[in-house]
Design a protein around this ligand. Structure first.
Ligand SMILES: Nc1ncnc2c1ncn2[C@@H]1O[C@H](COP(=O)(O)OP(=O)(O)OP(=O)(O)O)[C@@H](O)[C@H]1O
Ligand SMILES: [Mg+2]
Length: 303
């Protein structure tokens, strides 16, 4: 049995589900929005072999779960219970603890694990781990102190970008002109992530354990996802960069990943981030790299 965390409205989950169906592999979607009503869990922390999970009345023994494709985790439902904030909070926490405790305990082949996702959500920590392991990353400042930006500008010769600390919005290049008072004041409400601007080209690496597929992205915007005419071409990476990709995956507990790198004008490969549930369909279509096949191979054979 293979579990897909997500739903079939997502094209990646759907693609994986269809392939598994063609290969006559048993699979089931686990959509956490239906937990607890239609997702029942029953497990023993001292012996996960005995437990089960029931998804819309389909009973899946935990010991039969071969692997898990974690694509979209919809979180845990928060419900207001009888106008009682305390009870609502407790209910939410108990639901979450029961399910995530299972995710941590269940020893199966996770692509990727809850630990990997939790590290990814703390992007600053992921960068910290990378740097500690001698991976080249952009000089980075996380702050809600507007008075520190001026100095950071200077250190980086006036070339910096800003992006969210956790993700979810485009990267933007900053100049003295765009760094307005309102912008700086907004730091009072939400901290932001500032980085040295890496002038160069984007590289996206799809890594499935030791299998590496790299593409170069030629784009006219800072964040290539804003550029509908961005061009993707296959490239080969130097062995040192491939080894760094393996290292990054190891540090961030990733068994497969979409790794964002920028190659700067001095020929340095600067690691931006490593995603635990990357999109790959568009890159596969353009490059013909066997990305779906590689993922399916991991899910079925763990190889
Ligand atoms: N320091 C930088 N210098 C130049 N370009 C950058 C820098 N940081 C990010 N970018 C560009 O912006 C893109 C998006 O940034 P990043 O990968 O850090 O976050 P994200 O993909 O938005 O995060 P998420 O997908 O988790 O929301 C990068 O792929 C790169 O093209
Ligand atoms: Mg990215």
């Amino acid at each position: 049995m293979i579990i897909i965390i997500g739903d079939n409205k997502d094209i990646h989950s759907n693609r994986v589900a269809n392939k598994l169906k063609n290969l006559k592999e048993d699979f089931c979607f686990l959509d956490t929005r239906f937990y607890p009503e239609n997702v029942l869990i029953n497990w023993y922390p001292d012996n996960t072999e005995l437990g089960y999970i029931k998804i819309k009345n389909k009973k899946i023994l935990l010991k039969d779960i071969k692997s898990i494709y974690w694509r979209n985790y919809f979180g845990i439902k928060y419900e207001q219970i009888e106008n009682n904030n305390y009870m609502s909070e407790i209910t939410y926490k108990e639901r979450k603890s029961a399910l995530t405790g299972l995710f941590y305990s269940l020893k199966t082949n996770w692509f990727n694990s809850i630990e990997a996702f939790e590290i990814h959500q703390k992007k600053a920590y992921a960068l910290h781990l990378m740097k500690k392991n001698n991976i080249r990353i952009p000089r980075t400042l996380i702050t809600n102190d507007k008075n520190s930006i001026e100095d950071f500008f200077e250190i980086n010769n006036g070339e910096i970008i800003v992006k969210p600390v956790q993700g979810g919005a485009y990267t933007e290049k900053l100049s003295k002109k765009t760094l307005t008072k309102e912008r700086l004041n907004s730091l009072k409400q939400i901290p932001a992530q500032f980085q040295e601007y890496i002038d160069g080209i984007d590289i996206r690496v799809y890594a499935f354990k030791k299998d590496i597929f790299a593409v170069k992205i030629n784009s006219n915007t800072i964040d290539f996802r804003e550029d509908k005419s961005a061009e993707l071409t296959k490239i080969e990476l130097p062995q040192k960069v491939i080894n760094d990709c393996y290292k990054v995956m190891d540090i961030l507990k990733l068994k497969y990943s979409g790794i964002d790198i920028r190659l700067n004008k001095r020929g340095e490969y600067v690691f931006i981030e490593a995603n635990p549930a990357p999109m790959f369909i568009y890159a596969e279509k353009v490059t013909k790299y066997p990305l779906t096949e590689s993922l399916i191979n991991l899910l079925i054979n763990n190889a």
